[in-house]
Each structure stands twice: as C-alpha cells, then as structure tokens.
Design a protein around this ligand. Sequence first.
Ligand SMILES: Cc1cc2nc3c(=O)[nH]c(=O)nc-3n(C[C@H](O)[C@H](O)[C@H](O)COP(=O)(O)O)c2cc1C
Length: 187
Amino acid sequence: MTKPRIALLVGSLSRDSINRRLGEALARLGSDRFEIAESTLADLPLFNRDLDAALPAPVLRFKAEVEAADGVLIVGPEYNRSVSSALKNAIDWGSRPYGANSWKDKPAAIAGLASGALGTAPAQQHLRNILSHLDVHVLPQPEVCMSMREGLFDAAGDIADAATRRFLDGFLSRFAGHVARFGKVAA
Ligand SMILES: Cc1cc2nc3c(=O)[nH]c(=O)nc-3n(C[C@H](O)[C@H](O)[C@H](O)COP(=O)(O)O)c2cc1C
C-alpha cells in the first residue's frame, strides 16, 4: 500500500532551527506510515497580492507541493506569542489568488518546540484559528507543545527519551488515522 505523502512545513528559517530538528525527527519516526518531505518556505517572497497575476516560481512550486500532498505537518516556533512571519507568509500565499485556496480540505497536524515554558501553545491557538478559516482539518489532539531542553535529541537527531518518543509516535498514529479520514475529501 502506498503511504500518504505529507508536506512538512517548518516555520523557522534559522539554520539551527530546533523546530526543523523536531520535524526531521518526526519524519523519521513516522517513516513507516508516511512519506514526509519538507516544502521549504525560505524562497517565498513577501506576500503581495499585486503578484497574483503572475505568481513567482517559488509560490507556484509551494502551492503545487501543498496541493499534491495528502496532508500537511506544520512544525513551528512561537514568535512573540504567535506564529512566525515565515509561516504566516506561506499560509497567505497558499490561500490565494482568491478562489485558488491550496489548503482547502487538507488534513493537517501541528507541533512546536520553544525555548519558553509554554512550548508554543499560544502560537498554536492562533494557528488553529487561521487554518480553520482556510478549511483545513487540523488534528485536535494530542497538542504537541514542547519545551527545548538539554538531551531532548540524541546524537542521531532522534528523540532521546522513550516516553516522549512514544507520545510523538501516538501523535503520528492519530495523524495517520486523520489523514485516512479527511484525505482527498471531494470539493
Ligand atoms: C522574534 C522571536 C520571538 C520569540 N518569541 C517567543 C515566544 O513568544 N515564546 C517562546 O516560547 N519563545 C519565543 N522565542 C524563542 C524561541 O522559542 C526560540 O528562539 C526557538 O529556538 C525558535 O525556534 P527555531 O529554533 O525553530 O527557530 C522567540 C524568538 C524570536 C527570535
């Protein structure tokens, strides 16, 4: 059986992003259930609706990747109690031109890793609002709001602690069921 294709969006452009590390660890952990490939946000220009008439190549590439995916996994930081500007910019591009919403009916799951104690929970609440406006089916539970700590990742970049790995594995299994349920919903 072919595995569902998942577009991984990492909300941080930082070379040393802890969220990319988490996204990559999730991709490896879920490799028995999904084909997860990152869709980069780094080359997207700042959103400007004046470009709608002739969308830049990175925007066309990004929209095509989202549309081809069976689901979307968003792993992002919290910036000033909300989503990063890079992620919001990508979401805005995906939502336009008017009537060409690439997000419509996509199953999605979200996760975040922060240096702060709240583990991106405030940002994720904002993200859920935004995605609901765009007709995205976001996995309700579990909420993956994690705080960075020494030793979270092992030398290979995987989650070191067995209990945390089990928790994330359960998250991915719930997401697999969610993709099967909501994937390819008729327009
Ligand atoms: C502009 C900015 C705003 C931030 N705001 C928050 C915040 O509201 N809550 C939080 O927990 N961490 C905040 N942080 C710290 C991030 O959690 C930390 O930089 C983390 O490494 C970001 O993830 P990344 O490594 O994937 O970029 C902020 C960092 C930056 C650069």
